[in-house]
Design a protein. Sequence first.
Length: 374
Amino acid sequence: MTSVLVIGGGIAGAASAIALAKGGASVDLVENTPRGHAVGSGITLQGNALRVLRSLGVWDEVREHGYGFDTLGIRAPDPDGTLLVEMNDARTGGPDLPAGMGMERQVLAAILHSAAERAGAKMRFGVAADALIQDESGVTVTFSDDTSGRYDLVIGADGVRSWTRAAIGIDLSPRPTGMGIWRLIGPRPKSVTRTDLYYGGAGYIAGYCPTGKNSLYAYIVEDAQDRAGLSPEQRLAVMVGLAENYHGPWDDIKAHLDDPSAINYTWFETHVLEGPWHRGRVVLIDDAVHCCPPTVAQGGAQGLEDAWVLSEMVLGAGSIDDALLDAFAARRLPRARAVVEASVQIGTWMLERDPDADVPGLMGRVAALVSEAP
C-alpha cells in the first residue's frame, strides 16, 4: 500500500485524496485552516472540471448543490444592460455534462472533504506541515501539532504561495498582471440563470454566475489598485459605485448589495513552473505550479485535472521515482501553460485596449484543448 500525504485541502488537494484513497493508497491530508473555511466566494466549473468530479464519484452531489447552464450571454454596459449575444457554450466535458456550473466554494469543499473521508483518507484541519526530510525510500514530515509521519509520496497542493514549494527549494513567485477583481456573494434573482459578461463600462469586465438555487457571485474587474486600507464598509461603497454602471440583471443584484462582509478584492496573479514539478518524492500540483487569472475560468479545472492525472499515474506505477514524476509534469505542463498564457493574453488585450484582439478565437482554442482528455 502506498502512503501519501497531501498538504492542502483545497479543490485539488481534496480531489487527490479521494482518487488515491479510492485506489487503495493510505492517505493523510492536512489543511492549516479550520474545517469549513474555504477561501473565495463562488467558482465557475467548466465541463472538463465536471468530468473529473464525475470520475471522483461526487457528480450527483455537485449537480444537486450547484447551478448548471449551457449558454453564455454578452451584454452591453448601457442603461438597459442590452443582451447583445446569447451563444451555446462549449461542452468541454462532453455532451452529457453541462457546459458550466457555478458553485459556492464552501459547498464544493464540504462535498469533496466528506467524499475523501468516505474513501478512507484521514483529514486533519487546523494542522500545518512544519518540516520535511527526504531519503531514498520516503519522506518524514513533522506537523504543527507535534506529530510526525512517514510517507512514500508528498503532494503539495497548498496554493499560489505554497509552503511545500519553498520547503523543497523551488523559487517561484507569482507576478501581478495589472488587474484587480471585486467579488460579491448574494442571493440569486430570477433574472440570473447563467453567466453573462459585460465588457467595458466602469471596469474591464463585469459579470455574474449562479452558484445554487438561491445564491450567486458577481464580479467587476478593474485596474489593480491598493485597496488594502479600506474598511469593509468602504469596500462595499466602492462595489456599489462600480455596480451602478451596469444594468439588466445587475439591477436585481444591486437590490441586495448591502452586506460589507460579502465583498472581497484581490489582484490577478500568474506563474508557471517550467522546470521539474518535484524534488525527490515531493511533487507540486495546481496553483503551486501554475496560477492563472480567471479570464478563461479554468483555474479550478486545471487543478482537478492535475489531481486526477497524478493519482492515476501513481496508482498504476510499480514505484515512485523521478521518471514517474517527470512523466506527470511532462503530461500536464503543456496544457496548463497554454491555459495560463491564454488567460494572461486576454487580460493584456484588455489592458492595452487592443483593437485587433481575438478573444472569441482564443477562447475557442482553449475550449478545444480542454475538451480532450487530460
